[in-house]
Ligand binder design. Structure first.
Ligand code: CA
Ligand code: CA
Ligand code: CA
Length: 173
């Protein structure tokens, strides 16, 4: 069920490339003020996660996201070294240090599995790279990377929040 929602949301997001406007996604029943603070919290959370992603993605710290960075990450995630990253390998590696990110990890897996055959291969990464390269100059810089993942992560966090609606509503002040 959750998986289907994620699939659907990601497909809609990636096919339309809709800029994620939180006002249209968040529940409309909450008051303006709590929506605002929830939005600030969401932006903060997303900003933090995107910064973490960038740090780990730019493996050689040269300020660019290149094929060589992707290869380093691919090898790291391909636990059994067979050239294919399975969903279990991806989620296991991604949640190793942050187990609470399970939903996010599932969503990221769907995002990275561009051809939707349930594994991540070099081919997916090539397609993914083209998708991030919004000015089509064959290079992905930090701003392209952050812009792309800010949209993806915002969507995933909103989905995660909606999955926990009852707990977040009672917990928010
Ligand atoms: Ca780099
Ligand atoms: Ca593998
Ligand atoms: Ca794939």
């Amino acid at each position: 069920m959750m998986f289907n929602v994620l699939c659907l949301a990601l497909m809609v997001c990636s096919s339309l490339a809709v800029p994620l406007s939180s006002t249209t996604v968040l529940p409309t029943t909450v008051s303006v003020q709590s929506t605002q603070s929830a939005l600030d919290k969401l932006r903060h959370l997303v900003g933090q996660q995107v910064a973490v992603l960038w740090q780990s993605a730019d493996t050689n710290k040269d300020g660019k996201f290149t094929a060589s960075d992707m290869n380093v990450i691919f090898t790291d995630y391909d636990h059994d070294n067979n050239g294919v990253i399975t969903k279990a390998e991806f989620i296991g590696r991604f949640t190793r240090n942050q187990p609470e990110m399970d939903t996010i990890a599932q969503g990221l897996f769907l995002t990275l599995d561009v051809n939707q055959d349930s594994t991540i291969t070099q081919h997916d990464l090539d397609l993914f790279y083209q998708r991030m390269d919004t000015d089509h100059n064959k290079h992905v810089n930090q701003s392209e990377f952050e812009k792309y993942f800010t949209e993806v992560m915002t969507l995933l966090f909103v989905i995660q929040l909606q999955g926990n609606t009852t707990t977040t509503t009672t917990a928010s002040k």
